[in-house]
Every structure is written in C-alpha cells, then in structure tokens.
Design a protein around this ligand. Structure first.
Ligand SMILES: Cc1cc2nc3c(=O)[nH]c(=O)nc-3n(C[C@H](O)[C@H](O)[C@H](O)COP(=O)(O)O)c2cc1C
Ligand SMILES: [Fe+2]
Ligand SMILES: [Fe+2]
Length: 389
C-alpha cells in the first residue's frame, strides 16, 4: 500500500493502484490512476465504495486481508460510476447480511448496473444523517453532480476524515508519487469543471466541518497538517467560481500544413514582447483535455484554426465543443482564421463562442489567406493590443 493513502490502522486501504492505465474513462491520457477504497474496522465494519473492474481481483484480496475473518456490516456507496462500483454485485452476493448505504438517487440507479434485488438491503440516507460504527461516526454530505447526481461524501466526525468521492481527486498512479497539483487541475476541469455551482455548494457545507484530511476516490489523501488540503480547497474555490487562476493569454491552434501554426508562434512572440504571459498549444499534438484545463486556468485566450471543408479544422472544433459542454465562461477571446479560397473558420468559431456564457469576442477576427505576410502585421498588432489586460 502506498503511504499516501494511509489513513490509520483501523481505516485500511483496500483500493487498487492502476499503474498500467494510459487512457482513463476512454478519453483522458493518464500515467495510471488509483481507484481508492477503504474499510473502516470498528464495532461495525463499513466499506467505502469498491473499485473499477480492472482492479476487482486485487480489491477482494485486500478486503479479505483487512477483514481478518470478520464480515462487513455496511457498504457505503458514495458514487455509482463503474470506476467505483464494479465490485458491488459480487460484494452483495458474498455478504448477504451487508447493508448498502447511499442517497435515494443512488437507490434508484443501482438496479441499472446490477440485476439484483437490493430491497430490504439498501438504506437510503438523507443529508446530515449519521451512521455510528462505534468509535467512528459517519455523517453524510450530499454532493449531487460532483460528479454524478447520486454522489454523497461521508465525514467521519470524530476523526475529521472527509471521504470526498471524486472531489479533490487527481490522475496518476500513486506509485508515481506525483504531487496532487500536477494533475489536480487537469482532473478538475475535465471531470467536475462543468458543475462549479454544485462544487461551491459542497465547499460551503465543508466550511462547517473540522476536516483533518480528505480521502478522494482517486489520488492521494490530502492532509490539513501539511497544507495539502488547504491548497486543494483554495484551488477548488477559484476553479469552481470560473475565475481564472492565471493571468496571461492561452493560444491553442489547429493547423493542417503549418502556416496557421507559424503565424500563431509569431503572434505569441509579439504578445510576449508586449509584456504578456503566453501559453501556446498545438491541438493536433496535445490532448483536448489539456487544452480544456489551460483555457479555464488563463484569463484570456486567442484561438487559431484553418478552414476545413467550409468548417473549422476539427481539432479546434473539438476543443470548442468541449469548452461549451464544460460550461466555459467569463473570458475574453480573440480569433485568428486561415483559409485559401473562402475562409469561414473565424465566423464559425465566433458563433460557437457566442453561444457560451459571458464570452467577450475580440473584434475584428484576424484573417490570413494561406500564409501570414507583412501586410497582415497591422491586424496582428491590433490583436496584440486588444489582448492586453
Ligand atoms: C481538406 C481541406 C479542406 C479545406 N477546406 C477549405 C475551405 O473550405 N475553405 C478555405 O478557404 N480553405 C480550405 N482549405 C485550405 C486551408 O484552410 C488553407 O490552405 C490554410 O491556409 C491552411 O492552413 P495551415 O497551413 O495552417 O494548415 C482546406 C484545406 C484542406 C486540406
Ligand atoms: Fe465519477
Ligand atoms: Fe471516479
């Protein structure tokens, strides 16, 4: 067991560190991921969630070792997404007297995943309800849409442990020993970024709890004693408000033959010369989820794309689609388009941006016809000026 998920001798880690996984949830490039689960050994025994199908074998071994011949009384189902629920059916079969505890929404959904009769075994709890295990006492904190509607967190009151479901999680295998901050933002903006208001509601509830550590379903436990918890809470406060964390211009670009790219790199240099912090990203090389993160982090963005079959070159279209469904908002955005006979990428990008909330599109759109030329400099200089904060 990795020391970063150690909680205490009676709250034992039984999760799975998936070091080999390269793509999480069929879309996010990761260097592994952990599916965390703990079992609370007390007068009564409670298991906190299960793990992904990929880790069930290891999980059941860990569980058997941790139980030392005893039987679990409760399975706390905080989140039904299959990366945490794959073991529920088998667990329920193995321990017919074990109760399943979750929100009413969880109770309504659980039968979709497992063709089993949970009636008489599923205990629906309400916000603030408690479940005493002996020394440990779990208080349930509902967290709808962080990251599914049935989600709840569980606060072990006497010990100050917040089992935070997907909240405060991160990508990366535990074995890599990466800092939470390396992928905490990449994870947040892509997994829960859409639900800022719901994250804020949970943060507000958490303020009244004396939290010593947060134990998320992915990544290390975050502790108050070393500042790790405060760091993550501070970031979540900014991120969930859709306020930028960084000052600067993020410039993602989608170029087929490289001329848009050349123009963008020149423009980026000009922005830097004008005193701005700039981050460029080639959307044909980087995963769109990386661009989603940067778009949310920076306070300004300039998007650049070639025209493609009367449309936006798809890597940029994909980014804009992601930003829209992730609730991207409150930003100033400049546009650069390229085309050889009938450039329309700019107009189409503008239309998508205007369908988002509180986006200020910088006019005019900069158009290059195939290759940037000295006669285009004036347009670019104007865009540099407009992007100053
Ligand atoms: C498959 C394909 C479709 C294209 N469709 C259009 C188009 O509809 N309108 C247009 O003006 N240019 C179109 N172009 C031309 C490119 O947008 C143009 O050459 C641009 O300068 C390419 O920039 P790049 O060097 O950054 O890839 C198309 C190019 C390709 C390869
Ligand atoms: Fe999830
Ligand atoms: Fe998850």
């Amino acid at each position: 067991m990795n020391s970063r998920v150690f909680i205490s001798d009676d709250v034992k880690y039984i999760g799975f560190d998936d070091e080999k996984l390269t793509i999480f949830e069929s879309q996010y490039p990761v260097e592994g991921i952990s599916y965390n689960s703990w079992v609370i050994m007390d007068e009564k025994i409670a298991i906190m969630d299960t793990v992904d199908e990929r880790g069930t074998e290891a999980y059941f071994k860990n569980l058997e070792n941790a139980l030392e011949g005893r039987k679990p009384d409760y399975l706390i189902v905080q989140h039904l997404e299959p990366d945490h629920s794959a073991g529920i059916g088998k667990l329920a079969e193995m321990y017919p007297d074990m109760k399943l505890v979750g929100t009413a929404a969880c109770g309504r959904m659980i039968g979709q995943f497992f063709d089993m009769d949970f009636s008489g075994r599923f205990q629906a709890v309400n916000e603030g309800d408690t479940l005493s295990l002996g020394k440990h006492n779990l208080q349930f904190v509902f967290a709808p849409m962080v990251h599914w509607p049935e989600v709840m967190m569980s606060f072990d009151v006497p010990f100050g442990i917040l089992f935070s479901a997907d909240g405060f999680g991160t990508f990366g295998a535990l074995a890599n020993n990466e800092e939470w901050s390396k992928d905490g933002g990449h994870y947040y903006f892509n997994i829960v970024g859409k639900y800022g208001a719901q994250v804020q509601a949970v943060l507000k509830k958490a303020e009244s709890l004396e939290i010593k550590m947060a134990a998320p379903l992915h990544g290390p436990v975050l502790k108050a004693e070393d500042g790790g918890l405060a760091e993550a809470v501070g970031k979540y406060k900014i991120w969930s408000s859709y306020e930028p964390e960084l000052k600067g211009v993020f410039i993602p670009y989608a170029s087929i033959h490289g001329n848009t790219k050349k123009a963008v790199l020149e423009f980026a240099k000009e922005c830097e010369e004008a005193g701005m912090t700039v981050k460029t990203m080639d959307l044909t090389e980087e995963d769109v989820s990386e661009a989603v993160e940067q778009a949310f982090l920076y306070d300004r963005m300039v998007i650049a794309a070639a025209t493609y079959d009367g449309e936006i070159f798809p890597p940029m279209n994909d980014l804009l689609h992601h930003l829209k469904i992730k609730n991207f908002q409150k930003r100033k955005v400049g546009i650069i388009e390229n085309g050889s006979w009938a450039p329309v990428a700019g107009k189409k990008m503008k239309e998508i941006l205007e369908s988002m909330k509180d986006i200020t599109v910088v006019e005019p759109i900069v158009t290059i016809k195939s290759v940037r030329k000295p006669s285009d400099d004036e347009m670019f200089t104007k865009l540099v000026e407009s992007m100053k904060d």
